[in-house]
Design a protein around this ligand. Structure first.
Ligand code: UGA
Length: 439
């Protein structure tokens, strides 16, 4: 099939390359010339395991190209909208201007029989509005909503092997036509028996925000338990293990620590609350405000814990921060808890050096007042405390004995409950973690 993908950020670039991998002829369109140029030259604008190879394969096959001209999307049977919906400045609601602009630009080239497919995370009601726009301007064209659940760090795998396909469709015969087109796009995935959930627009839109809200709630739940563990001397890691064996609860996303960040969970729960308010159903989601509060408190607690470990004062203390990305295997620093903590420590007088295996360029650009070092060893040179704030494999596997030789004081704060406490304490380190007793 001929496919266009409008918006070549994280979601769109991976989606475009994955669709080419499935055998389609794909054009990725983005207004950002640098992004288009980089992708065309196999230089992705972000770090994502496995994406370089997928991009190279797809470009080499001749089935994938990128352009800044939406006119290149003309003639495609299916047009995916993959632009971002960031949080609006000073508000909780999502900024819809990129989605609206993408939809409007597609209207210029859309033809009857073609399908526009929204993948962006949007406030419920958006698809109905855009659907009217599409059919009003181009009778015979259709719109579907097909949310995406990819995780950064696993984007390639999640796109090519999703755990479910959700199709939000218009009613009646149009819905059947749209479904057939989507099934054709995803044929190898459908044939594999991947579960499909076919819904109306509103349900499909809500599936995405509900899923992210649930994940955020799960993380904040265990972090609330961590607060209680700190008050009682209990151990949140063992608690999570023990309740996680109950498969109604499950151990995944019960890792207590610094909490969630990134470009999705924080802004999605806020946009969901804002939309519920507009719909007169704000009470239904007031609990998400608490989820957000618990999450933000972890960052403050981390700074307090650092102060405690550093004998009550941060002034002039050398602190190594390992990790800048919001999570491992990503160079994404949007709403990164690690950088947030690093900045607070510096503001309160500590001499902070941040390191990260992939996110240093992004971090430098967005946080120019922070100091950065290329390696963990350099960041930790003569440090009074080491804070592990993003659980990269490199940091989980540090040898506490050799690493202990570079620091001034062997004090480690495990912000992600990711280190082997016994190994670190055996090597003479004072080990502290959120929700666990001092080791
Ligand atoms: C999230 C969802 O997991 C995806 O399903 C969704 O498609 C995506 O948002 C999106 O909306 O596009 P992502 O933002 O890549 O994916 O990151 P997650 O893996 O969900 O992690 C989010 C944050 O939670 C990270 O900061 C991570 O460190 C933190 N986290 C995760 C915890 O603190 N504890 C956990 O147990 C798990």
């Amino acid at each position: 099939m001929r496919i266009s993908v409008v918006g070549c950020g994280y979601l769109g670039a991976v989606h475009a390359a994955a669709m080419a991998e499935l055998g389609h002829e794909v054009v990725g369109v983005d207004v950002d010339e640098r992004k288009v140029d980089g992708l065309s030259r196999r230089r992705p604008p972000f770090y994502e395991p496995g994406f370089d190879e997928l991009l190279s394969r797809s470009l080499e096959s001749g089935r994938l190209r990128f352009s800044t001209d939406v006119g290149e999307a003309a003639g495609a049977q299916v047009h995916f909208v993959c632009v971002g919906t960031p949080q609006r400045r000073g508000e909780y609601a999502a900024d819809m201007r990129y989605v609206d602009a993408a939809a409007e630009s597609l209207l210029e080239i859309l033809e009857p029989g073609q399908l526009v497919v929204g993948k962006s995370t949007v406030p419920v009601g958006t698809a109905a509005r855009l659907g009217e726009m599409v059919t009003g301007k181009v009778p015979g064209a259709l719109l579907a909503w097909n949310p995406e659940f990819l995780r950064e760090g696993f984007a390639v795998q999640d796109t090519l092997h999703p755990d479910r396909l959700v199709y939000g469709l218009p009613a009646g015969a149009d819905g059947e036509t749209a479904r057939a087109l989507l099934d054709e796009v995803y044929a190898p995935i459908v044939e594999r028996g991947t579960p499909q959930v076919v819904t109306d627009y509103a349900t499909a839109e809500m599936v995405k925000t509900a899923a992210n809200s649930f994940l955020a709630t799960k993380i904040s739940f265990i972090n609330a338990m961590a607060e209680l563990c700190e008050a009682t001397g209990a151990d949140v890691k063992l608690l999570a293990d023990a309740i996680g064996y109950d498969d109604r609860i499950g151990r995944k996303f019960l890792n207590a620590g610094l909490g969630f960040g990134g470009g999705c969970l924080p802004k999605d729960i806020r946009a969901f609350m804002a939309r519920a308010g507009e719909l007169g159903a704000d009470q239904a989601l007031t609990f998400l405000k608490e989820v957000d509060n618990i999450n933000m408190r972890r960052r403050i607690r981390m700074v307090e814990l650092a102060r405690e470990v550093l004998d009550g004062s941060l002034l002039g203390k050398r602190v190594a921060v390992l990790g800048a990305a919001f999570k491992p295997d990503s160079d994404d620093i949007r709403d990164s808890p690690a950088l947030n903590v690093a900045a607070q420590l510096q503001l309160q007088g500590a001499v902070v050096c941040v390191t990260d295996p992939a996110a240093l360029d992004n971090a430098r650009r967005e946080w120019p007042h922070l100091d950065f070092c290329p390696t963990a060893e350099e960041a930790a040179e003569r440090a009074d405390a080491v804070l592990v704030l993003t659980e990269w494999k490199q940091y989980r596997e540090l040898d506490p004995v050799t690493f202990g030789r570079v620091v001034r004081q062997k004090r480690v704060l495990d912000g992600r409950n990711a280190l082997d406490r016994e190994a670190w304490t055996a090597a003479g380190w004072t080990y502290r973690a959120l929700g666990r007793r001092a080791g």
